[in-house]
Design a protein around this ligand. Structure first.
Ligand SMILES: *[C@@H]1O[C@H](CO)[C@@H](O)[C@H](O)[C@H]1NC(C)=O
Ligand SMILES: *[C@@H]1O[C@H](CO)[C@@H](O)[C@H](O)[C@H]1NC(C)=O
Ligand SMILES: *[C@@H]1O[C@H](CO)[C@@H](O)[C@H](O)[C@H]1NC(C)=O
Ligand SMILES: *[C@@H]1O[C@H](CO)[C@@H](O)[C@H](O)[C@H]1NC(C)=O
Ligand SMILES: *[C@@H]1O[C@H](CO)[C@@H](O)[C@H](O)[C@H]1NC(C)=O
Ligand SMILES: *[C@@H]1O[C@H](CO)[C@@H](O)[C@H](O)[C@H]1NC(C)=O
Ligand SMILES: *[C@@H]1O[C@H](CO)[C@@H](O)[C@H](O)[C@H]1NC(C)=O
Ligand SMILES: *[C@@H]1O[C@H](CO)[C@@H](O)[C@H](O)[C@H]1NC(C)=O
Length: 409
């Protein structure tokens, strides 16, 4: 082989690598590259190049048979730029877009609604601004709209119509204002399972007719807003609820007795409101309840022994209330308890038999501080070997402090 010939051979081989590879880049690949070019930081997309077939690119999943792009999944990748240069009409088969945890800014382009097959859209934890485009809800197959942790504002409620396919609407950590969103209220979301509106600036009453709007809800998170008024009794008609978070609002009144009708309620957080009255006995019928947080309210009265029937509880936080009386001995039945906090009630506690809790062999936190408990610490209490955080301070306990407790992790 002459050197010239060898050079030519090398040249044509190189050309083939370029051209042959390039021939694998269809219109979808080209559109992705055009978008990549507009990004301010696309370091994580180094595999997006003509040298590799599109379907092998980082974050791209293609349909095995058709070769079209099915999923775009680029999260926590420091992508910086906007989405409105993304050529949505080029993608006829895109079902999942997950660009969460990046530094995308600007508005959500309305033409994203051209992605007819789209079922899952996560643009969460970016810096997107502007109104949530009502067009998003026109996506006929959408099941998950994850737009949480941006700076989005209320959509045009009049035009926000909802695809019945929608299951999860995640809008926490945005800038929604006004009363409970009209764009939700004025519709029926039969398929809606999770509604997360945590940490916005919503105010006014919690609507009475949630069961008409979203009868099949599993999660309702309205925490960290400025809702006021009572918990409507009708909340109990959301019979499929597993999680109910109303923490950090301005809610008043008591816990509606009817709440116990939600048989499958597993997680109830009413902390940091202005609730008052007693903790209703009926709450003890929530037999699958695992997490109960009523802290930082004005609940008063005695803790009823029936609450010991909440034997599935793993965390119970009743701290910072005005509860009084004794801790019911029936609490020893809650043997899956991990974290128990009744601190700062001031008048809670008479003679406490700490050995009653020796059953709680997995407990990591046990806090009864700043109350009026009397009695001594029986060494049987030491059987809770998992304890990491024990606070018995500011009580009237007496006797010896068992040496075993000095060995806490
Ligand atoms: C660009 O992205 C890479 C990783 O994808 C990251 O390590 C780098 O810090 C980013 N640069 C800037 C300026 O954000
Ligand atoms: C999508 O809409 C944005 C504005 O919302 C526009 O700038 C962009 O050119 C549109 N893209 C396509 C491909 O139509
Ligand atoms: C919502 O529904 C109410 C009554 O059905 C109606 O008066 C109101 O105009 C609607 N609001 C919007 C934004 O569609
Ligand atoms: C939005 O709703 C308003 C009021 O119903 C209507 O006048 C307007 O035409 C709608 N706009 C679009 C783009 O659908
Ligand atoms: C809560 O309600 C009280 C009195 O009703 C009011 O003064 C306060 O501003 C409210 N707080 C919030 C965060 O809405
Ligand atoms: C609930 O607890 C009370 C007292 O601790 C007990 O008498 C009652 O039978 C319990 N109810 C159920 C359904 O377990
Ligand atoms: C420990 O838990 C079991 C099961 O709930 C219960 O029957 C028993 O009385 C408890 N023991 C003590 C010492 O409380
Ligand atoms: C004890 O509880 C009261 C009332 O809840 C509170 O005002 C006080 O600051 C608490 N003391 C300590 C040391 O936390």
């Amino acid at each position: 082989m002459t050197p010239q010939f060898r050079k030519l051979l090398f040249f044509s081989a190189t050309l083939c690598v370029l051209l042959c590879a390039a021939s694998e880049i269809g219109p979808e690949g080209e559109a992705l590259l055009r978008w990549k070019d507009t990004l301010l930081n696309s370091t994580s997309l180094s595999s997006w190049s003509l040298a590799n077939p599109t379907c092998s690119w980082f974050g791209i999943v293609c349909d095995e048979h058709t070769g079209y792009v099915n999923d775009l999944y680029v999260t926590r990748a420091s992508l910086s730029g906007t989405v409105d240069t993304f050529s949505f009409p080029m993608f006829r088969h895109l079902e999942t877009i997950d660009l969460s945890f990046n530094n995308l800014f600007g508005a959500i382009p309305t033409n994203i609604s051209l992605l007819v097959p789209l079922t899952i859209l996560y643009l969460s934890s970016n810096d997107l601004v502007g109104a949530i485009p009502y067009q998003l809800t026109k996506l006929p197959k959408i099941t998950v709209l994850g737009l949480q942790y941006n700076q989005l504002t209320n959509p045009d409620a009049a035009n926000f119509s909802v695809s019945p396919s929608l299951q999860n609407l995640f809008l926490s950590g945005n800038k929604l204002t006004g009363t409970f969103p009209l764009f939700i209220l004025n519709h029926t979301f039969v398929g809606l399972q999770k509604l997360h509106l945590y940490r916005n600036a919503l105010s006014g009453l919690i609507p009475e007719n949630l069961q008409d709007i979203a009868p099949n809800l599993l999660h309702l998170d309205l925490s960290s807003n400025m809702f006021s008024g009572h918990i409507p009794r009708s909340v109990s008609k959301l019979t499929k609820l597993y999680l109910l978070y109303l923490a950090e609002n301005n809610l008043t009144g008591g816990i509606p007795m009817e709440l116990h009708n939600i048989n499958g309620l597993g997680d109830l957080d009413l902390s940091r409101n202005m609730f008052s009255g007693g903790i209703p006995k009926d709450l003890s019928e929530l037999v699958v309840l695992q997490d109960l947080d009523l802290s930082w309210n004005m609940f008063s009265g005695e803790i009823l022994k029936e609450l010991g029937n909440l034997t599935a509880l793993g965390t119970m936080d009743l701290s910072w209330n005005m509860l009084s009386g004794d801790l019911p001995r029936s609490f020893s039945r809650m043997q899956y308890m991990l974290s128990f906090d009744v601190a700062n009630n001031l008048h809670l506690g008479r003679n406490i038999l700490l050995e009653e809790f020796s059953n709680w062999t997995d407990a990591m936190l046990f806090n009864i501080a700043n109350n009026t408990f009397t009695g001594s610490i029986n060494p049987d209490f030491c059987q809770i070997s998992s304890l990491e955080d024990l606070d018995l301070s500011d009580n009237l306990l007496s006797g010896l402090f068992p040496s075993c407790l000095w060995n806490l992790d």
